[in-house]
Write a protein that binds this ligand. Structure first.
Ligand code: ZN
Length: 310
């Protein structure tokens, strides 16, 4: 059984990110139970092996800690959402027998009830709260301008003191993070995009708070997002998010050490299924990619085995 968040070796794999000041040993005891966690795929491509690792770990942790699993489809980037990607989420979860307790079961269910589009008012309320509190400034810089100024597109606060109107359509809304300790690429992060839609950081926090999520398992590529989101939750007074528990898991790498992505089709579950691979084959493949040498044939084994192998 995985006793959550205790030993050093565990920390190396699931590097814990929490702002709770309680000592780790006590945390291990207190955190044995969680209320709710979530899997939150973005329907802009087919699910791949990296998603399977994330979902399997989430499901395994949920089972061990008594948490409900919520399926949330992060579809605010509407230009990239396609119905076949949404269908793929349901088909893949069922194919892999990955359970979830709450959230949509079908495309119609998602469309009619669970799409983030139905929660726009919540995001808007949070944005207005930030605006009233004076945390926002408007930014006219395009992505290409940011990359022309900095090799990684890091935003240096160029528009902070320009006094641009937040009411001017086509501007990003950014948080004035001056004085905060955040990684460079999260300085002045965007909370509302130029198209008027809430940005990922804001929507994700609002959704997690609204649905009562207290355990978040995500890839270590989102570690910096987590820092930005905790900062944002602090501004909004979302204590439940600030005190939530975060685990950042290792990312799967391809044969040449490259990051797996939705664009590398050979790792998509849909492709592997068409090649005749079973759910067990896929779990085994994910297990091999994280260094498990024993047989891994279902998601529960990621919860049992990770302590020994990762
Ligand atoms: Zn700007």
């Amino acid at each position: 059984m995985w006793d959550v968040g205790v030993s050093e070796s565990e920390q190396s794999v699931f590097q814990k990110r929490t702002v709770c000041p309680v000592k780790p040993v006590i945390l291990g005891f207190l955190m044995n139970r969680f209320k709710r966690t979530r899997i939150a795929p973005t329907p802009s491509g087919y699910l791949h092996l990296g998603n399977v690792l994330s979902f399997a770990l989430t499901a395994a942790l949920a089972k061990q800690t008594g948490a409900h699993v919520l399926l949330r489809i992060d579809d605010l980037d509407q230009a990239r959402v396609k119905q076949n990607y949404i269908d793929d989420i349901f088909e893949t979860l069922e194919f892999l027998k990955l359970p979830w307790d709450e959230g949509p079961r079908t495309y119609a269910d998602y469309k009619n009830t669970y799409s983030q589009i139905h929660r726009m008012q919540l995001y808007e309320d949070a944005l207005q709260q930030l605006r009233q509190q004076g945390h926002l400034f408007a930014c006219e810089c395009s992505r290409s301008v940011l990359f022309a100024r900095h090799p990684d597109g890091v935003y240096m606060g160029t528009c902070r003191d320009k006094g641009l109107s937040l009411d001017n359509p086509g501007y990003n809304w950014r948080i004035d993070t001056s004085g905060a300790t955040l990684p460079p690429n999260m300085q002045y992060f965007v909370v509302r995009k130029r198209d008027g839609f809430p940005a990922y950081q804001l929507a994700s926090v609002v959704d997690d708070v609204q649905s009562g999520v207290d355990l978040i398992v995500r890839g270590e590529d989102l570690r910096e997002s987590t820092q930005a989101q905790i900062y944002l939750a602090g501004l909004l007074g979302y204590d439940s998010f600030v005190s939530a528990t975060f685990y950042h898991h290792v990312l799967l790498k391809g044969a040449r050490g490259e990051k797996l992505s939705k664009s590398s089709g050979a790792t998509s579950i849909q492709y592997l299924r068409k090649q005749g691979q079973t759910a067990e084959d896929i779990y085994q493949k994910v297990g091999q990619l994280i260094g498990i040498s024993e047989v891994v044939s279902d998601w529960e084994q990621f919860g049992v085995n990770w302590r020994r192998y990762l």
